[in-house]
Design a binder for this molecule. Structure first.
Ligand code: SAT
Ligand code: MN
Length: 608
């Protein structure tokens, strides 16, 4: 049965028999007044049409050296997520505290409705039905994004499972879904020419968690505009997970196989600039070990048969390009060689390929930088980057050589360990195992990282980033920590072991004490040995650390002093750390779970 899509007279391609969805689309069309409405089918023909339209309009340049791949440059003011413009509009302010911006939902809707009124004039409104995770999942997680950006449509083709099959199943089951409304906020008057990257100086990235709704305005970039990613899969999903008893986390999912063929799946959370993508695609240096990727950014974890199962809700990689090269992440380079990719704000070579800082040791003789200017290595020496530091490759996950077959398992993989990590010069040893779930939650809640030169502000300042979720918790952060604690009580036998790692500790000479990258597989090996009960560990006030000789250092070019510097528990450093954690915990007020203040007290006592 085909039904009408809308009650408006706007020319429309496609439609739906899902009455509530048809109604919502009609309401949005009435408010935003696009010239036409297109229901996206997710087909290759749709991709071909839209990418060639984007080439014609000057948004895309087709890359001659990569099959079916395109280069785009954003407006120079629209290059990253805008956290200061990101809101959690819960019914009351307490529901968003203390880590989110908040505004009263009705006030925000009024304000944004004024912005949305007529904002799609002269444009096409695309309706993208999508599912995060798998259509065949026990609980399919539907979404519909309405957008006036073709760049968003083709990016969603890569990042999520989209199109007719999703819509059909939604219609057959009269499914509920997360509503995502997105506009670049750049209406076109009669005869007005478009710009390559339409956007608006006024930006709002807004979540109404109680309504499972996202409203985004003014940005075309990444997590601001591809609403399935951080907006749905983390902020909205974390609120759903809290209500429904599961977990939506900012974690990679890694499959590890030891030389005996025993498999373990681990999930890991790291703040940005800590090598998360590289760990997701690690190539172990130790013989006989194999690592495969299930996910690189987000894990949705549910309980089943006394275990915690994780799926990667995404279908693509949206990776930071700079620093990604054959030496640091060969798997990512091989993935993009496969084509079918969109590159945003990287540099171009004159013969139609891409380049960015760190792709190769030597820069090519001649480039077109992300601003469209001529660029030579001399410009690089003078400090001009050819690619924006947050430039991205957007690539189907299946093209990654190290993608695990389980990536396609609709109900996920059983998690045996959760890793937290941060970037710390001091204090945090290479690896520590939590004593139990509450202690693991404490470790996660205090995850910290030193700021790097890549971000604005002072360098080397310790910032807390609980579970690497600071900008992604869609409700009160104290309630989020309590949710972690509560799950441990409800599912005592199912919880994974928790570990804390730090690849970045310095030695006496100020250099990195641990070589990192593929050598981190040695730490993974110790973790798996702990899970398997193959090795003992040494108890310290901060948890369990490897006994001397248990970390496999065969063939590793690291001195005994460096190894000691990397792995040492230092009570002086931890006595200095405690006041920092105390200060951090005051932020949560009376929402701080009592179990976590008890953990802090334990730590203080143990250090005395
Ligand atoms: O821009 S995104 O939010 O999609 C990616 C990121 O911030 O890491
Ligand atoms: Mn991320």
């Amino acid at each position: 049965m085909t039904a009408t899509t809308t009650t408006t007279n706007i020319p429309t391609t496609g439609g739906t028999s899902h009455a509530e969805l048809a109604q919502w689309v009609a309401e949005v069309a009435e408010l935003t007044t696009p010239d036409r409405i297109v229901w996206c089918d997710g087909s290759r023909a749709e991709w071909d049409q839209l990418t060639s339209d984007l080439v014609d309009s000057g948004t895309f340049v087709r890359l001659e050296q990569k099959p079916n791949s395109f280069w785009a440059a954003s407006d120079p003011t629209d290059v990253a997520r805008v956290e200061d413009r990101t809101y959690i509009c819960s019914p009351d302010e307490q529901g968003a505290g203390p880590t989110n911006n908040w505004m009263d939902p009705d006030e925000m809707k009024g304000l944004m409705s004024d912005l949305y009124r007529g904002c799609m004039r002269g444009r096409t409104m695309y309706v993208i039905p999508f599912v995060m995770g798998h259509l065949e999942a026990d609980i399919p997680m539907y979404g519909v994004e309405i957008t006036d950006s073709a760049y968003v449509v083709v990016s969603m083709h890569i990042m999520a499972r989209v199109g007719s099959a999703v819509l059909k199943q939604m219609e057959e089951t009269d499914a509920g879904y997360v509503k995502g409304l997105h506009s670049v906020g750049y209406p076109l008057e009669e005869g007005q020419a478009d710009v390559p990257w339409p956007c608006n100086d006024t930006k709002y990235i807004v979540h109404f968690p109680h309504e499972r709704t996202i409203w985004s305005y003014g940005s075309g970039y990444g997590g601001n505009a591809l609403l399935g990613k951080k907006c749905y899969a983390l902020r909205i999903a974390s609120a759903m997970a809290h209500d429904e008893g599961w977990m939506a986390e900012h974690m990679l999912i890694l499959k590890l196989t030891n030389p005996e063929g025993k498999v373990h799946y681990i999930a890991a959370a790291f703040p940005s600039a800590c090598g998360k993508t590289n760990l997701a695609m690690i190539e172990p240096t130790i013989p006989g070990w194999k690592a495969e990727m299930v996910g690189d950014d987000i894990a949705w974890m549910r309980f089943r048969d006394g275990k915690l199962y994780a799926v990667n809700p995404e279908n693509g990689l949206f990776g930071v390009a700079p620093g990604t090269g054959k030496a640091t992440n060969a798997n990512a380079i091989l993935a993009i060689e496969g084509g079918n990719s969109i590159f945003t704000n990287v540099a171009r070579t004159p013969d139609g390929d891409v380049w960015w800082e760190g792709m190769t040791k030597e820069a090519p003789e001649h480039l077109i930088d992300w601003h469209g200017n001529e660029w030579t290595p001399a410009d690089g020496e003078a400090g001009t980057l050819s690619a924006h530091p947050n430039s991205r490759f957007c690539t189907p996950i299946v093209q990654t050589p190290c993608a695990a077959p389980e990536f396609n398992d609709p109900n996920g993989v059983p998690i045996s360990a959760i890793l937290f990590g941060g970037r710390r010069k001091t204090t945090v040893p290479l690896v520590t195992q939590a004593r139990d779930w509450d202690h693991g939650t404490f470790i996660g809640s205090t995850v910290s990282s030193e700021t790097t030169a890549a971000a604005a502000g002072a360098v080397g300042v310790v910032r807390r980033d609980p579970m690497a979720m600071l900008p992604f918790i869609g409700y009160n952060a104290g309630d989020y920590l309590q949710h972690w604690v509560n799950l441990g009580k409800e599912h005592a036998g199912a919880m994974p072991e928790v570990f804390l790692v730090n690849w970045f500790r310095r030695d006496a000479d100020g250099g990195f004490a641990w070589p990192g990258f593929g050598e981190n597989s040695r730490v993974l090996k110790w973790i798996v040995d702990r899970l398997e009960g193959n090795v003992d560990a040494v108890e310290t006030p901060i948890g369990l650390v490897p006994a001397a000789g248990d970390l496999d250092t065969d063939g590793l070019d690291v001195s005994a002093e460096q190894l000691e510097a990397a792995t040492r528990f230092d009570s002086e450093e931890w006595r200095a750390e405690v006041p920092l954690i105390e200060e951090w915990f005051t932020k949560f007020g009376d929402k701080l779970p009592p179990e976590l203040s008890a953990e802090l007290d334990n730590l203080k006592k143990a250090l005395d």
